[in-house]
Ligand binder design. Structure first.
Ligand SMILES: [Zn+2]
Length: 349
């Protein structure tokens, strides 16, 4: 994996051209992961924008500043969103109202954004509480975890009521180039990447990141999901992208070397599967597996990610027949390695 030199990185709210007609916009995020990358594709009369940034005042202010600069007389005419997370779709509604920019997205991601933005908070909180209780989280910790799901409607402007659907395999034109839509799953249900094979560019969203492993979690709204199967399958599918292709990820720096990065991410998950399997030598709840896998104290937000990731790995192991679920009436299920303590730990799958 070869990153673009750090010196070319734009400051928060700033821009840098990374390929002819492709401008990297870096917007702030109020988290440990402190930025998100967006991409402006130059059209004759304005821009197509891929992802919008977080739906907060700081990002709106940065866009307002760009209106007087790069966007002066050349507004954003269209927004293409890779997926429904708040740092990607957060300002689609605001941009639709302000600039008349139409939203292009896959159907599932648009529906997810609309559903989460409209969801009743009490209902979300109840479902999340039931879910985390079922994973073995102590009662005292449940309210803080459930409260994490307030963040969605607070961090997105209401997504537009209408959209233009994009589909896997469709070729769309933006910035004078043909881009093939490549849907990836596992991080989000129908995440769109955009691949301009001739130009050697892949807008990867969160599907392929250079330094961190995209979050692959089971969430309260689909407690039986197996997102790791989806994610690993999507990684396989991306290996046909040319290794010389410049990958434009949503976090971190642009880089080359798609195949190597896909292999590294697959290896990371094989190692996590082996570690989760090892943790299940004794029957354990997902909460106990997290305690075995993650050292140090996690805040509520980090706990939701750690629990979601641990459960994703347990569900994969269960589907592969390597762990079994031990049901206990009135108590959280435990997961136990199949074949007893003597079973060899393999890193397959
Ligand atoms: Zn995301």
């Amino acid at each position: 994996m070869t990153p673009v030199p750090a010196a070319r990185r734009p400051p928060p709210g700033g821009t840098v051209e990374v390929a002819p007609g492709v401008t990297w916009v870096r917007m702030p995020l109020p988290y440990a992961l402190d930025h998100v990358n967006l991409w402006l594709l130059a059209e004759e009369d304005g821009f197509t924008l891929v992802d919008t940034g977080h739906g907060d005042a700081a990002t709106r202010a940065a866009w307002e500043a760009l209106e007087g600069g790069l966007l002066r007389g050349r507004p954003v005419r269209r927004v293409i969103c890779t997926h429904h997370h708040p740092d990607h779709v957060g300002l689609a509604g605001w941009m639709s109202e302000r600039w008349g920019a139409g939203l292009w997205a896959t159907r599932t991601e648009w529906l997810e954004a609309r559903a989460y933005a409209a969801a009743g908070l009490a209902e979300q909180e109840e479902a999340a509480t039931r879910f985390y209780r079922s994973l073995g989280v102590p009662e005292a910790d449940l309210p803080a975890l459930a409260a994490c799901f307030h963040a969605y409607p607070e961090n997105v402007s209401r997504p537009p009521a209408t959209f233009r659907r994009i589909r896997d395999g469709e070729v769309l034109t933006a910035g004078g180039r043909a881009w093939k839509v490549r849907v990836g799953r596992g991080h989000a249900p129908e995440h769109a990447c955009l691949h301009a094979a001739e130009a050697g560019l892949l807008v990867a969203g969160d599907q392929l990141l250079p330094h961190i492993s995209p979050n692959v979690s089971v969430w309260h709204d689909e407690p039986d999901a197996d997102p790791l199967a989806d994610f690993l399958e999507s990684l396989e599918a991306l290996r046909d992208v040319d290794d010389g292709c410049l990958v434009l990820p949503s976090h971190g720096h642009p880089f080359r070397g798609v195949r190597q990065r896909c292999e590294e991410l697959a290896r990371h998950h094989r190692e996590r599967l082996a570690a989760a399997l090892e943790a299940c030598a004794e029957p354990r709840t997902p909460h106990e597996v997290v305690a075995a896998l993650f050292r140090g104290r996690l805040d509520a937000h980090q706990s939701t990610f750690a629990l979601g990731e641990a459960l994703a790995h347990l569900h994969r192991l269960e589907a592969e027949g390597r762990v079994e679920r031990v049901r206990r009436p009135g108590a959280p299920d435990r997961f136990r390695r199949r074949g007893g303590a003597g079973t060899a730990v393999t890193a397959g799958g």
